[in-house]
Ligand binder design. Structure first.
Ligand code: 48H
Length: 256
């Protein structure tokens, strides 16, 4: 039985990893915006993979801020809670909330059930660039590889190809920052808190920021110098949805 268990794990991983090596869309970061983008794309039968550096998906969606469980959502994003089947409370007109563990686990489950691939404990390391510096995939490594001293582990990473990459890595905007490191982008960083302005602006700016690269969620604030929104998550979900639509429209146009 022991060898059967081992073989089941290894053979399934090999099968999954082979199919992940070339997909339509890679979402880097499995927080609310990345999961939302993955869910919408998977529902449309797009081959989508989420790369997440932690063992757990969900990013900052488990907690509502200040280590407290209530995640708040402002209108019109409550419609997404309706779609996910999350029961929520109305605090005042246009302001709703639900326990983070409930909302986050529902979103993770929905994305997995829709068919999005999940590669957790794997970190984004670099971009794959093609002609005219178009982003055409990501270079990844085991998260654990980066925690070992260099003298012990010089583990070369591997690359995964895609037609579109979505940077959903939150405040760090790791993928866009990598383009900045290569002199291809100037990142202003996110601004001070202003919930009402930020939520609308983040959704408005969500989409392509470079050929082959879409940005969603808090990474949009970092990429475009927009104010932060603090502990409210409606724009994260709507931003992921808008990013998914941009990717889907691009893929459709490309296939014609
Ligand atoms: C693989 C990576 C890497 C990497 C990071 O932070 P997130 O929850 O991101 P969003 O944008 O979906 O949601 C932001 C929200 O949680 C938040 O913090 C808000 C609204 N703050 C407002 C404010 O004012 O502060 O998730 C990002 C995910 C995490 O799971 C990371 O572990 C992951 O991306 N990630 N995954 N490789 N190099 N870097």
């Amino acid at each position: 039985m022991e060898s059967s268990v081992t073989n089941a794990i290894i053979s399934q991983f090999a099968e999954d990893m082979a199919s992940f090596s070339q997909v339509d869309v890679i979402v880097v970061g499995g927080g609310p915006s990345g999961l939302m983008a993955a869910l919408d794309l998977a529902k449309k039968n797009v081959k989508v993979l989420v790369v997440e550096r932690n063992p757990h998906l969900g990013g900052g969606f488990w907690l509502g801020g200040f280590f407290m469980n209530t995640v708040t959502i402002r209108s019109p994003a409550e419609k997404i809670m309706d779609e996910l089947g999350v029961k929520y409370k109305r605090f005042q007109k246009g302001l709703y909330g639900a326990p983070g563990p409930l909302m986050c686990s529902k979103l993770i489950a929905a994305a997995c059930e829709a068919g999005a691939g999940m590669l957790n404990m794997v970190s984004f390391d670099d971009v794959v660039l093609r002609e005219k510096n178009r982003v055409a995939g990501v270079v990844v490594n085991w998260t654990s590889a980066s925690t070992l001293p260099k003298a012990i582990s010089m583990v070369d990473p591997v690359a995964l190809e895609s037609k579109v990459v979505i940077d959903a890595t939150g405040h760090d905007a790791c993928v866009v920052r990598k383009l900045e490191e290569r002199g291809l982008y100037k990142v202003p960083g996110f601004g001070a808190m202003w919930i009402e302005k930020s939520e609308d602006e983040v959704v408005r700016h969500s989409g392509f920021c470079h050929p082959g690269l879409i940005v969603t969620g808090m990474a949009v604030s970092t990429t475009f110098g927009l104010p932060r929104m603090g502990p409210t998550f409606g724009s994260m979900l709507l931003s992921g949805r808008k990013g998914a639509k941009a990717a889907y429209d691009f893929l459709r146009k490309r296939s014609k």
